[in-house]
Design a protein around this ligand. Sequence first.
Ligand SMILES: [Zn+2]
Length: 416
Amino acid sequence: MNQVQRFVGFVYQEVRLQCHQGQPQTIEISIRAHGGIRGRCSRCQRPAPGYDRLPERRWLFVPLWGIATYFYYAPRRVNCAEHGVVVEHIPWSDGKRPVTYAMMGFLARWARKLSWRETARTFQTSWEAVYRSVEWFVEWGLAHRQLHGVAAIGVDEIHWGRGLRADNFLTVIYQIDAHCRRLLWVGRRRSQVTLRRGLKTLGPEVVKGLRFVCSDMWKPYLQVIAAQAGQALHVLDRFHITTHLNQAVDQVRRQENMRLRSKNKKAALRLKHMRWPLLRRGSRVRGRARQKLNALLASKVATARAWELKETFAHFWKYRSVSWAGAFLDYWCHRAMRSRLEPMKKVAKMLRVHEPLILNWFRAKGEISNGAVEGLNNKIRVVTRRSYGFRTYKAMEMALYHNLGRLPEPESTHRF
Ligand SMILES: [Zn+2]
């Protein structure tokens, strides 16, 4: 019985092993109140005189030796001077749920390693019980986390599920300080309202203390950030700009592919299977893909010109001085505007509009890590795609906080 916690005021009375056809099915641990210690009011936790006793209930405890284990106890009602006749405080459970705190912590920890469905199956419980456990764990963690010292945040939109409806997007707020990277907030949609709700949850102290905000060029975010965190240096980060460039190259490739296929089969073949080599950083394309890429570049197709523009832009990030970077940006945009490639022209226009925020990257140099937002986004994708068997949006939100929030954990939970 060393694995079982001790609770002040309660004693273990009896342990029964229930078997079915010689196989152990459940372990039942009955508990009784210590005779000399009064029950406590469940609302104020002060000792109070006993009133009566409710029927026996059971709570699921952590499996012992792989066997499902239950606590059995008949709770007392006490007569509290302040709260009247109430059910006594029960230290292993919040009273409402049929699962002990220890088991909820146990399930919640496993739910980070396995999918929720697997967790439920492995420990012979329901998906619902796993969900409730994670929810309890996350709510405790959110209520107890520390938010001071958050200097840099990244704001981003994440697509999930199928389709492009407003509900298929999430807004996420990350802390991207070097000493702590975590998910701070997640909310449905990607509107101004969403982001305002997120910043409100973090609280005015956190928002006023921000020194850096990193985001995409998504207009609703830009407006909210300018209005609420005007003191912070707002940086459009490299990862997002690279994404826009890559999308433009891909658009050029697709358009050209369609054009060529209708008249010139052989030329179209050059573009086949070139999506990834084109999107990868040029210096990283090797071997056969490199040969195909070289041939494509020599052919002077539109895709080759778009690719060349994208690659040239990589130099931008190597500058140290803001003014030289600005000069390069002007030069690049000028070239892109003359390229006769609509998607590239669109990127150039966008970069021009946001030039000051893009150049902030060089003003913040060294203080903002360039892969932080991208890294956290990738982790989010792992969670949303892994077959957790989310049945609701809320469940997914819980899983995101649970896996990426670095939340503090309740102390009393059972560790192995
Ligand atoms: Zn009370």
